[in-house]
Design a protein. Sequence first.
Length: 76
Amino acid sequence: MGAKYPVLKSSQVVKALMRHGFVFKSQRGSHAKYVKMGPPKRTVIVPMHDEVAKGTLQGILDQAELSLEALLDELS
């Protein structure tokens, strides 16, 4: 599971999500909620730890309906 997924910092994941139209909604503890309006509305929860684990990154991308390539393109 997740062999091709890199371990990224949470700030990198947030930066890429925001470039794809997600905006900060709220935070509870160490988990931040980002939403993207428009059909369909999407909500993504990002753990604000030092690193986002590979499996967690895969789940975030599934929630955001983004491909790994789209995310990595935003980081380049």
